[in-house]
Design a protein around this ligand. Structure first.
Ligand code: ADP
Ligand code: ZN
Ligand code: ZN
Length: 751
């Protein structure tokens, strides 16, 4: 009798054994998918990890129902990688499976290429402007408006960052509570379109390529050093100032790997994956390059996965963090661009992995090398380089000797006191903006997003609308004129009156980028102003249009959040204004200074890239802070020494590892009791390494209350032992009747 061990796409621990009926025995393969029954009624697409003939003991064994693949969809090395992720990040293989495979490859029925009617916006409406106009136009057709809003919600349009999801027609109609006639009306108006859901959308048009730029002398030296370093190190930091030509060096490294018959993975943070960089790589590598982006449809991702298994896989994959899960047949090099970016860490759901660290492990498992590139290394990476664990190559000159921008600080505390501020702008910044506009140069104004989400507030009683299911205030989306929850994506109408006091005056609160846009437009009526933030960049096209307009000089002033700091290369920017450095500095997190430095250095790096020295105005209430001085003098090394000392003192990474233990429950009393009980058990064994339980800043999400316990572990302690201990304590806790429906999960190396 033949048996298989399989992983099911569920957050349950361990693997499951099934019997293979005689008729299917020849078809089953390791790394292939099978359909299995699970529980009384369910069926899942499972992955076979092992074929064997050992019958399991202790339960009645079920048969697999069907074989999906006769050839593996998972390469042998990938399972080892999944196992590492599950072990290190304290989650189940099933959770890794769920995150790794595109939806179309793991759904119960998704295993057959099957046609289903899905709904999407028509091409003409996929810009913010067109969409807003349409929403206005539908004002007198409430059912159609409701359907359209529901589509936006289900597709993930109202949620920041995430991919656009497929929206099946039956689900859309059911959730919107409207009939097919309403949909047909919108189809007739060319707002929505219905299409058969299928795979097969990879770009296949002929792609002409151009030769690489030759490297200049410092770049060539760095390139040679990298190659030498890789003879003795697995990982090398490429620490190069902004605009030094790191990307050119990557291109040469990729070329070298391809000539050796190897594949390359080029990781970028979500936010930096723009047409600018992808087109630059495409011009060189043409059809050998594939892009794996979260705004791609699931069908496209299935296609890329299949192509990577074929005899002609993409040789270079440029992608966001989830591309570490793609199959690679002969990976030789991994490039992690902007390695310091915290968005490499997956927050929700499990596995809560750090794509940079996972990529390093993947590379070492597959015998490949890793380059970590950045102008502002993370403290952890720099520490690893100092310790000799990683190699390090530096590039201190900008390409063509363009000077680094001059950074000047402006004390806005003082100016506020003297009533000389004009809204959020100092007179000096306004003067530089005016001069830049006169010379037909461009300006970037940067506003840290944190704590500045636009909200609505009752003027009378201070009431602020909150999400019904999450412990967060809703943010106001001006153009949609709706309130949206950034946690669950729900949208709500703006109430006509305050539900708390009946007051009729609800006003906007917080200085969002929108407000800055309005103010700057009022100050410079002639200037063409654009804004780049989560609200204006929900679609890939919207994001790219803003960048293209700015690049082509169709915009004079660009206002933005962190997005403007990311690897964009603009030629005519002569002035950058950092409106409020303190927002980043005052964030209660041990990484806040490190991040503030990185953010400001990156934003400043946008100034004066080609023609002349750029100028940066840094507005702050704390001009004497050493960190501000370090930003101004671009003194990374001093920032590093200061921060490292603090971390040594307070026992933070890299001097210890952090694990956040989260508990969730519907009832707050039960949750508190459980959190106390867990903390006590942990404390009994680990003493002062345990902090908490605490209420996290958002203490309730989707109707579940949350508590957090922090564990600090010295590097000398064995990680497998800690994991075993944590899981043991969790089992003991959950054995208590009262805590049966408690959810417990872990965030390893939280960011
Ligand atoms: P970084 O990645 O370090 O910020 P880039 O690689 O983007 O720097 O280089 C900055 C600019 O200088 C880009 O426009 C790039 O095309 C140009 N550049 C850098 N090195 C070269 C080179 N060797 N030949 C031609 N152009 C170069
Ligand atoms: Zn009120
Ligand atoms: Zn919510």
């Amino acid at each position: 009798m033949q048996f298989v061990d399989v992983i099911v796409p569920l957050p349950v621990a361990g693997q499951f054994t099934y019997a293979v009926p005689e008729a299917l025995a020849g078809a089953v393969c390791e790394g292939g998918r099978v359909i299995v029954p699970f529980g009384p009624k369910k069926q899942y697409t499972a992955i076979v990890t092992r074929k064997h003939t050992v019958p399991p003991e202790g339960y009645t064994i079920k048969d697999i129902l069907e074989v999906v693949d006769r050839r593996p969809v998972l390469l042998p090395g990938q399972l080892a990688f999944w196992q590492w992720i599950a072990d290190y990040y304290l989650c189940t293989l099933g959770e890794v499976y769920k995150a790794a495979l595109p939806t179309g490859m793991k759904e119960e029925e998704g295993y057959k290429p099957r046609m289903e009617a899905h709904v999407r916006l028509t091409g003409a409406l996929r810009t913010e402007e067109a969409l807003h106009a349409q929403l206005d136009a539908l004002e007198r057709a409430p059912q159609q408006l409701r359907l359209l809003m529901k589509y936006l919600e289900l597709s993930g349009w109202t949620q920041p960052g995430g991919p656009l999801k497929e929206v099946p027609q039956p689900r859309l109609l059911a959730e919107a509570g409207v009939t097919a006639a309403v949909l047909h009306a919108l189809v007739k108006k060319q707002v929505l379109e219905v299409y058969p859901y299928e795979v097969g959308r990879l770009r296949t048009d002929g792609l002409a390529t151009v030769p690489m730029h030759p490297l200049n002398a410092p770049q060539q030296r760095a390139f040679d050093e990298l190659i030498t370093t890789f003879q003795t190190k697995q990982v090398c930091l490429l620490h190069g100032v902004t605009s030094s030509g790191k990307t050119e060096i990557y291109i040469h490294l990729i070329d070298r790997a391809l000539q050796a018959g190897q594949q390359v993975l080029y990781l970028l943070p979500e936010i930096a994956l723009t047409t600018q960089i992808t087109e630059r790589l495409r011009r060189i590598f043409g059809a050998r390059l594939g892009i794996y982006h979260s705004k791609f449809s699931d069908a496209e991702r299935v296609e890329i996965w299949r192509k990577q298994l074929s005899e002609q896989p993409y040789e270079v994959i440029v992608g966001v963090r989830s591309s570490v899960f793609l199959p690679f047949q002969r990976l030789g090099l991994v490039i992690v661009d902007e390695e310091h970016e915290t968005s490499y860490k997956q927050q929700e759901p499990a596995p809560r992995y750090h794509a940079r660290n996972a990529a390093i492990v993947l590379a070492s498992q597959l015998g490949a090398k890793t380059v970590l590139g950045t102008a502002t290394p993370s403290i952890e990476t720099y520490y690893n380089a100092e310790q000799g664990k990683y190699g390090r190559v530096c590039l201190t000159e900008r390409y063509q000797h363009i000077e680094l921008p001059s950074i000047e600080r402006v004390d806005i505390q003082e100016l506020h006191r003297k009533k000389r501020m004009n809204g959020r702008f100092s007179p000096y910044l306004l003067q530089l903006v005016r001069e830049a506009l006169e010379r037909q140069e461009q300006v970037i104004l940067f506003q840290n997003r944190r704590g500045f989400a636009p909200m609505v507030e009752c003027r009378t009683c201070g009431w602020v609308p909150r999400c019904d299911r999450c412990d967060v205030s809703l943010t106001y989306h001006k153009r949609l004129d709706r309130l949206t929850c950034h946690y669950c994506g729900a949208t709500y109408p703006v109430p006509a009156a305050c539900p708390a006091c009946g007051g009729r005056e609800l006003t906007g609160r917080g200085f969002g980028t929108e407000k800055i846009e309005d103010d700057i437009q009022a100050l410079f009526p002639e200037a063409r102003v654009a804004r780049m933030d989560l609200d204006t960049t929900r679609t890939r096209t919207a994001y790219e249009r803003i960048i293209a307009d700015f690049e082509q000089g169709k915009t004079d002033i660009l206002i933005g959040t962190q997005m403007v700091s990311k690897g964009l290369d603009f030629d005519r920017v002569s002035v950058v204004g950092i409106l409020n450095a303190d927002a980043a500095l005052n964030y209660p997190d041990f990484r806040s200074y490190e991040r503030a430095f990185q953010l400001m250095a990156q934003v400043a790096g946008r100034a004066g890239r080609k023609h002349r020295q750029g100028r940066v105005v840094l507005q702050t209430r704390q001009p004497e802070l050493p960190l501000i001085h370090q930003v101004i003098t671009n003194d990374y090394a001093q920032m590093y020494r200061d921060q490292l000392e603090e971390r040594r003192l307070f026992r933070y990474p890299p001097f210890c590892r952090l694990v956040d233990v989260y508990l969730k429950h519907r009832k707050e009393e039960v949750l508190e009791a459980a959190a106390e009980a867990l903390a006590l058990r942990l404390r009994n064994a680990l003493g002062s390494r345990i902090l908490g339980p605490d209420r996290p800043p958002v203490a309730r999400v989707q109707a579940l209350f949350i508590r957090k316990i922090m564990v600090k572990i010295e590097p000398s302690v064995s990680l497998p032992d800690v994991r075993e201990f944590l899981l043991q304590v969790q089992r003991e806790l959950l054995a208590d009747e009262r805590f049966r429906s408690l959810l417990v999960y872990y965030d390893m190396d939280p960011m």
